[in-house]
Design a binder for this molecule. Structure first.
Ligand SMILES: C[S@@+](CC[C@H](N)C(=O)[O-])C[C@H]1O[C@@H](n2cnc3c(N)ncnc32)[C@H](O)[C@@H]1O
Length: 351
């Protein structure tokens, strides 16, 4: 029997304590956004009573929350006058929705996974999948917000300009499809960025598609259309560009979906695949991103794929080689990386 290295146990226990504090802190971040406390604090330094008054909340709860947030270093505390405040950097992270560092959407994901933990425990026992739509709404909200703040600015300003296709050509109507569009933020952003284009969003989750339709109508867009159906079944075709954002690995059969995409693209049409960054080998994903990616994949992405015909369960941590292999098997011959780190893998594929 091997002897136990006490210092190594202590080191691991310290790390668990740090992770525990982080997880609890993120739950309080979620509460902070839900109750409007961060926005209230962004108005200026406050005692717990002033903060509670600003947010219309009970002071005793607010004092305990603010104490925890100050202990975490998420907000400032001045012991001289017992007042709490936000530094400009803390305001960016906790009170300025939309920027890529804004933390509450990450807390949505944590809370959503915790809420559905019993579904995952059951799935481990039965081996069955968990359909995307069986999760609580916090997940759809988190996905929408994380894609909006981390992916969309890069999609429009950085990645699409590198795709070999002219989407601004007057006199023609480029056809674009977003596969697994969720609540439609990317399709809407493309419809706005390319007003001559006709943009379709496909998703099998009816409530997300309804939300996308409402959002497009509110934005006054007549060139964004949403269809609630599995991508495999779509009748739409002749697309110049297909994009898939953070969804290929959720498909029951990513090769079949990619082959379907190939069949609905025009000759020389482009397929833009955007996935979370991962290396191909497990041992190269022993990183912060790998830890979060595998955890989300265990509770959300792998069960989603296992709930669909094909049950391929690619997982959210497939690297460039494994993603390229999916595309090659689907009949795409020209595959190139537009980006291969640090946050996303972005691949352009042509048949
Ligand atoms: C992680 S979410 C990403 C949503 C969206 N692309 C975004 O980034 O906000 C994955 C989406 O893929 C959809 N999905 C999974 N399998 C699908 C399929 N076979 N056909 C269409 N949509 C699918 C799910 O319903 C879900 O909305």
């Amino acid at each position: 029997m091997s002897t136990i290295e006490k210092s190594a146990v202590e080191l691991l226990a310290q790390r668990i304590a740090g992770d525990m504090a982080g997880g609890l802190g993120m739950i309080l971040v979620h509460i902070g956004e839900q109750t409007g406390l961060f926005v209230a604090l962004a108005q200026g330094s406050a005692s717990s009573q002033e903060l509670a008054d600003r947010a219309g909340l009970a002071e005793r709860y607010v004092r305990e929350w603010a104490s925890a947030m100050a202990a975490a270093g998420y907000i400032l505390y001045d012991p001289a006058d017992a007042r709490f405040s936000l530094s400009p950097e803390q305001e960016t992270v906790f009170a300025s929705e939309g920027n890529s560092y804004y933390a509450p959407p990450f807390s949505d994901m944590l809370v959503s996974i915790a809420k559905d933990e019993s579904l995952v425990v059951d799935a481990f026992r039965t081996g069955e999948g968990i359909p995307w739509g069986d999760h609580n709404a916090c997940l759809f909200c988190s996905t929408e917000r994380l894609t909006s703040q981390t992916v969309l600015p890069q999609l429009i300003q950085k990645w699409l300009p590198q795709v070999h296709i002219d989407l601004n050509c007057e006199g023609s109507v480029p056809r674009i499809v977003d596969i697994g569009c969720g609540r439609g933020k990317a399709a809407i952003a493309m419809a706005e960025a390319f007003p001559h284009a006709s943009v379709y969003g496909l998703d099998l989750h009816q409530p997300s598609v309804e939300r996308a339709r409402d959002a497009a109508a509110s934005a006054g867009l007549s060139n964004a259309h949403f269809i609630a159906a599995p991508a495999e079944d779509t009748q739409e075709k002749d697309f110049d560009l297909a994009v898939i954002i953070d969804a290929l690995h959720d498909m029951g059969d990513p090769v079949a979906v990619a082959a379907k995409v190939r069949s609905i693209l025009k000759p020389e049409g482009r397929f833009l695949v955007i996935e979370p960054y991962a290396a191909d080998r497990l041992e190269d994903n022993f990183t912060l991103g790998g830890r979060m990616g595998y955890a989300a994949s265990t509770c959300i992405c792998t069960p989603a794929s296992l709930s669909r015909p094909g049950r391929a369960a690619l997982g959210a941590q497939a690297g460039y080689a494994r993603l390229s292999d999916v595309l090659k098997r689907a009949g795409f011959n020209k595959i190139r990386a537009i980006q291969n780190e640090p946050t996303n893998i972005v691949i352009e594929a042509v048949a």
